[in-house]
Design a protein around this ligand. Structure first.
Ligand code: 0RX
Length: 364
């Protein structure tokens, strides 16, 4: 029996949950944190800074074209998610980053901690040539908990909900600006630290086969109907749908659309949104989908205030009434203009005053 070749210089080997890991020597104290069909994650300590990192080893990434494409996609996406893009916005704030770097005296790792999307700290392979290339490892900041676990343990105050939703939208804005759709935003894919700072990631360690999307499962509860049923081409708005579901759950402590299966989930959704109008159903590409929707009894749209009963009314978004501009095409005599203007003057209702407070700008 031949013994395996020694580890690459600057690397060491260790068995973690029956898998051989060969990592850069600077990453010490490997501890398993999760695994699935696609790979495994360990925590480790970066001996240069003492900070905790997460290292992901993909499971046999080059075993098939499908695995290889998945692995390549994850690497490309994670490499792309850098908020401190040197050609981007940070260039305009170089003095700020210089000051921050000076204050924290670490090259760039501090800047990773201020963004809302997970990014790569390092990527390495122990294989010395392309011919030997079989594995690579992704290193990122270690995130101890996620929003799913946080919501199980506590009810979130209104300002924490606001701060978390703000960070989700900020992170999504960045992801969407890159032309990427996340598709699987759920509490378990939102890492949160003790200061309520959030990072969007995508664990995706397990296969999301049809069976994983069937039945009473978290993998489907945050998905927009067009994703669940695959009825039409979808856009970045599917991620905004997920943010809405997550926000509702943070406010009420209950899962908004907890369907037992695909169609039950659609029914749960329509109990709140109402059944879509006929023009929308007409646009569905699938004939099966069209028939199914046409056969449903009509449901009224619910007022969100009745669904999210403990939500703050201060977050209400005022809705404008339709403005009637038909007079623009009408010719009237001077007297007639005078009469309609007078009528408008008399019918004016002053806005509801909050106590005796008068806005500063308009106070005489
Ligand atoms: O997070 C990823 C990952 C992220 C991703 N994105 C594209 C869409 O927008 C968000 C970013 N695409 C593919 C993969 N991978 C990943 C997640 C968790 C993980 C390892 C890799 O394990 C950790 C990470 C940090 N702390 C603990 C465990």
């Amino acid at each position: 029996m031949t013994s395996p070749p020694p580890a690459r210089k600057g690397f060491y080997r260790q068995e973690v949950t029956q898998t051989a890991w060969e990592v850069r020597a600077l990453y010490q104290d490997l501890q398993p944190v999760g695994s699935g069909a696609y790979g495994a994650v360990c925590s480790a300590v970066d001996s240069r800074t003492g900070t905790k990192v997460a290292i992901k080893k993909l499971y046999r990434p080059f075993q098939s074209e499908l695995f290889a494409k998945r692995a390549y996609r994850e690497l490309r996406l994670l490499k792309h998610m850098r908020h401190e893009n040197p050609e981007g916005h940070v260039q305009h704030h170089t003095w700020v980053s210089t000051l921050l770097k000076w204050l924290f005296r670490s090259n760039s790792s501090f800047l990773w901690c201020v963004c809302e999307v997970i990014g790569l700290l390092d990527v390495f392979t122990p294989d010395e040539t392309l011919d030997d290339f079989t594995d690579f490892y992704l290193v990122m900041p270690f995130m101890g908990t996620d929003l799913g676990k946080l919501m199980k343990h506590e009810t979130l105050s209104e300002d924490r909900v606001q701060f978390l939703v703000y960070q989700m939208l900020k992170g999504l804005r960045y992801i969407h600006a890159a032309g990427v759709i996340h598709r699987d935003l759920k509490p378990g894919n939102l890492a949160v630290n003790e200061d309520c700072e959030l990072k969007i990631l995508d664990f995706g360690l397990a296969r999301q086969a049809d069976s994983e999307m069937t039945g009473y499962v978290v993998t489907r509860w945050y998905r927009a109907p067009e994703v669940i049923l695959n009825w039409m081409r979808y856009t970045q708005t599917v991620d905004i749908w997920s943010v809405g579901c997550i926000m509702a759950e943070m406010i009420t402590g209950k899962i908004l659309f907890k369907g037992n299966d695909h169609l039950d989930q659609l029914k749960e959704i329509m109990k709140v949104t109402g059944t879509p109008p006929a023009e929308f159903v007409q646009k569905l590409q699938s004939a099966e989908a069209k028939n199914y929707m046409k056969g449903l009894p009509e449901l009224e749209k619910k007022d969100f205030a009745s669904v999210l009963t403990n939500a703050s009314p201060l977050e209400d978004e005022p809705q404008a009434q339709k403005y009637d501009d038909s007079f623009d095409d009408v010719d009237r005599t001077l007297d007639e203009w005078k009469r309609v203007t007078y009528k408008e003057v008399l019918s004016f209702k002053p806005p509801r005053q909050l106590g005796a407070r008068v806005p500063k700008e308009t106070a005489l």
